[in-house]
Design a protein around this ligand. Sequence first.
Ligand SMILES: [Zn+2]
Ligand SMILES: [Zn+2]
Length: 136
Amino acid sequence: MEYNPDMHSLQCPKCKHGMDEVTHGGITIDRCTNCQGLWFDEDEAHQLKKLKDSHVLDIGDSTEGWKWDSSADINCPRCGKQMEKSSDPKQIHIWYESCPDHGMFMDAGEFSDFKFETPLDWFRGLIKGDRETTAP
Ligand SMILES: [Zn+2]
Ligand SMILES: [Zn+2]
């Protein structure tokens, strides 16, 4: 939906459409009505990560998110400064944009990925895969 300051809480830094507020467990974040990207003020992403079922806020399809992942540099929806691309130290495949003063933006599907750290599953899969490939 086209950004309208009367209706929307923020303008999506990525696709420039309007964002709506969505709440889970008392934490309110902003979600784009178009690309479904998520904006987290300050530490909200980490707070939400600890809450049960908070991934329900991330309704977008990650294949949709990836389309936007490659888009050019984006500016903070709060201060307009260019945001920095950072990756999660524990999950280096996840890249998000962050403003050191205001918060971070994740593409659709990235928060679910961020929430479910599964190194153990990955490791198990590796062992299983190894057995299969070495079997005569
Ligand atoms: Zn958007
Ligand atoms: Zn900012």
